[in-house]
Design a binder for this molecule. Structure first.
Ligand SMILES: Nc1ncnc2c1ncn2[C@@H]1O[C@H](COP(=O)(O)OP(=O)(O)OP(=O)(O)O)[C@@H](O)[C@H]1O
Length: 764
């Protein structure tokens, strides 16, 4: 932002007064996240945050603002937390004027005014003792106002929120690779540096005991010097204390770094998982996904375990190898030669081990998929008595995995077998040769050196072998990264917070000449489909099984966006609309809805910000769920288990409708929502449909025509094509398929003489 002194003053207050009512968690009217809202309706403090975040290239979503405190005005801590949740670095601070003057070129800062408003500090001039401030409502290209200390103190209490794109923020969209992981580790540079310093110091300290032993043998024993012995004892005691403390500190820091990496990986993995398109989950069994993701934790273990300790060992090697050469170069060369042979053996086995490990991974993935499928489909397994078949499948998968592991283990045993004698030669062999050299050493100092060398060689041998093994481990971890990446590096739904338009949704839908095929299918699921749904109407979709009804609902939700033709919402191309914004404006009830573990109230609110029990009650009432919830012993606090076994199908469905309604969606899609209900439950839901429909566009997909007769328009689909669009009575007259379906479903209504009873069952 360019600041130009000498500009016309403009008001610096955000229009706090009228907008505060809209603050989430505020005392004003309930703030409805899903409700289309324009920038104008957002509280000024949120606006200021959004504008500053935008400056840093991040789009903060106002519906994600959560007021942890009961304040009516968003406070600094909540605002800062909001920005952090949005992936930014942010701090809520209380600062003085003198500090403000330091923000000369640091990028904009949000200043919180005492009246609940906010301003954007765009710069400062130390020389002139002024700051430059912009109103939150000022146009993007407006110039800032020059403000002095006195004027600012009239509105500003000293609170500010600092924001910048997080340095410690690893790109959420970057592919999951070893490079990404290295970046993640590099962010911990400070603790890693501390670990490095501690390790270096420890390595230096480890030189001392061998040197002391050398001195004891060469000097103390040969010349019986008591004073030297006493001195050496004191030095050794001090060294041991240091070593113990440093070792403790090093382990502490490693632990902290490990926990931090773990947390970051967990957060990253889950957020990417949530952004995978539905397609992915439809095509991959849950067990497979879970198994692949579990590999992430092996990667973390490798990073903070083997990799880190090898890195630290390298420091030790860097210190100890020169000392080894200083004590005895011949023996040192022997140690190095052994280490090289060990490395060569390990390298020779790398390629076959990699292939073997891949077979293990494949077999384990299949095994996991079988397990997951059985757990998810356990009701069907039990109902159809499929236990023996599932068991047979499991046996087969376990046997495959066992065989693959066995083959891998046997192969991996070979390098181990070949390396072991060389490791021994490295330690014992050098000792024997050292002893031979000592016997032939006329100076007599060789004995002490040999002792010292042996002590050092033991410390050097392990890391050298470990270094070679690291390559072997890396192979395994490389495979693990590949597995995790096979899930995490799929193309994500383009729902990144920043992408797409956020138009105010009214509910007018237009399909024009839209053709769509699912991946891997030849015939299009929708074939040149065109129809209009005016805002605020009730629109039914019928058709035979597989005719494309649910596909229309999916496209409306933005689940699939690779169609040709146009799908417009209120005149805006759906592909251009920010996915999250779109889904906040939609309510969807499916045939089978998943209720999460938690109370009924939690299930209806579903974690949406700013909603309370009274909102949940209102939604439940509208969905016809209130009466059964109130009859339950704990009412809205009744606990629902995962999958809601303690509710009937009808009750579950009504809860799902309440959940879809609570955020007051502009468009409500009921995709076969009442199809599986018993007539009584269906009647309850149907009786409420008119009330539910008021003020919003309703799309009701159903193969039961009786539940659609009240619709303003009914779309008849067949084999992906639009057959007709008209109200029920017109369709009955002119649409053959519709009439045929109607007759099939309402045979029981036919009169004694074969005439169809004229009046269809009414909804409300
Ligand atoms: N995820 C998918 N992957 C591939 N093909 C699909 C997928 N979902 C649906 N299809 C195919 O697309 C066509 C339309 O399916 P859609 O589910 O929209 O029909 P429908 O009218 O809702 O059927 P039903 O009443 O049985 O639910 C069908 O031929 C179906 O096999």
């Amino acid at each position: 932002m360019i600041v130009q002194p000498g500009v016309q003053p403009i008001p610096i207050r955000g229009h706090a007064e009228p907008a505060i009512d809209n603050v989430p968690g505020g005392s004003g009217p309930v703030w409805v996240p899903g409700k289309p809202e324009g920038f104008d309706q957002i509280a000024p403090r949120l606006k200021a945050m959004i504008r500053v975040a935008r400056y840093h290239g991040v789009e903060l979503d106002p519906s994600e603002f959560k007021a942890a405190s009961p304040d009516t005005i968003p406070n600094a801590a909540d605002l800062s937390q909001w920005a952090q949740n949005g992936g930014m670095w942010s701090r809520a601070v209380r600062i003085r004027w003198s500090h403000l003057l330091r923000f000369e070129n640091t990028g904009p800062v949000v200043l919180l005014f005492s009246d609940g408003g906010a301003g954007i500090l765009t710069g400062a001039s130390n020389e002139q003792n002024v700051v430059f401030l912009k109103s939150v409502d000022a146009p993007e290209d407006a110039e800032a106002v020059i403000i002095d200390e006195l004027r600012l103190s009239q509105v500003w209490s000293g609170e500010a929120v600092l924001l910048r794109s997080a340095r410690s923020y690893v790109a959420a969209d970057a592919p999951f690779t070893i490079g990404w992981l290295v970046d993640l580790v590099r962010l911990e540079s400070r603790p890693l540096r501390d670990i490095g310093i501690a390790s270096f110091t420890l390595s230096i300290l480890t030189i001392l005991p061998p040197l002391i032993v050398m001195t004891v043998v060469n000097k103390v024993l040969q010349f019986s010097s008591m004073s030297t012995l006493a001195l050496l004892t004191a030095v050794i005691a001090v060294v041991f204390i240091y070593e113990t403390l440093l070792g403790h500190a090093r382990r502490l820091i490693i632990n902290v770094v490990g926990a931090r990496l773990d947390t970051k990986l967990n957060l990253h993995v889950f957020s990417r998982l949530l952004r995978l398109p539905l397609d992915y989950f439809e095509r991959h069994p849950a067990g497979e996904t879970l198994y692949h993701l579990a590999q992430v934790y092996r990667i973390r273990e490798f990073l903070t375990g083997k990799l880190l300790s090898t890195f630290l060992d390298m420091i030790t090697l860097g210190v100890l190898i020169p000392v080894m050469f200083y004590i005895n170069a011949t023996l040192a060369w022997m140690v190095i030669a052994c280490a090289v042979v060990i490395m060569l053996i390990i390298f020779a086995f790398l390629a076959p081990l990699r292939r073997g490990y891949q077979r293990v991974v494949d077999a384990e993935t299949w095994k996991s998929a079988a397990l997951g499928e059985t757990v998810v489909g356990i009701k069907t397994v039990k109902a159809l008595g499929l236990e023996p078949q599932r068991k047979a499948l499991w046996d087969e998968r376990v046997a495959d995995a066992g065989k693959a592991r066995l083959a891998f283990g046997q192969l991996a045993n070979w390098p181990q077998t070949l390396v072991t004698p060389i490791e021994r030669v490295m330690v014992i062999g050098t000792m024997l040769i050292g002893a031979y050299l000592a016997m032939n050493d006329p100076s007599g100092y060789m004995v002490g050196s040999l002792f010292a060398f042996m002590m050092i060689a033991q410390r050097v041998g392990q890391p050298l072998v470990g270094l070679a093994r690291l390559v072997e481990d890396y192979e395994e971890v490389g495979a693990a990264i590949g597995e995790a990446a096979s899930v995490l590096n799929r193309p994500l739904e383009s729902s990144s917070n920043s992408a797409g338009l956020r138009p105010k949704l009214i509910g007018e839908i237009r399909f024009s000449d839209l053709t769509f095929s699912y991946i891997g299918t030849r015939t299009p699921a929708l074939d040149r489909v065109s129809f209009d749904v005016p805002a605020g109407t009730m629109f039914g979709i019928v058709g035979r099984s597989g005719s494309g009804k649910s596909t229309i609902a999916r496209l409306l939700q933005g689940i699939n966006r690779d169609y040709s033709g146009f799908l417009k919402l209120d005149g805006v191309d759906l592909k251009e609309i920010n996915l999250r914004h779109l889904r906040q404006g939609l309510g969807v009830v499916l045939q089978d809805n998943f209720l999460f573990r938690g109370s009924i109230r939690d299930n209806i609110i579903a974690g949406r910000a700013g909603l309370t029990l009274s909102d949940a009650m209102r939604a439940a009432h509208l969905a016809g769920a209130a009466e059964f919830i109130e009859r339950m012993p704990n009412g809205y606090d009744t606990y629902i288990e995962e999958g809601s076994p303690n509710l009937s199908g009808g009750q579950r469905q009504r809860l799902a409708i309440a959940r879809a309604l609570i955020h007051n969606p502009t468009i409500l899609i009921l995709d076969e929502a009442t199809s599986a209900l018993d007539p009584e439950s269906e009647a309850v839901v149907s009786a409420n449909l008119m009330r539910i429909a008021s003020g919003r566009t309703m799309i009701i997909v159903s193969h039961r025509l009786a539940s659609l007769t009240e619709c303003d328009q009914i779309l008849v689909m067949d084999q992906g094509k639009v057959i007709d669009v008209a109200p029920h009575s017109v369709l009955l007259e002119r649409c053959g398929i519709y009439r045929q379906l109607w007759f099939q479903q309402n045979r029981h209504l036919e009169g004694r003489h074969g005439h169809l009873a004229a009046v269809p069952p009414r909804l409300a």
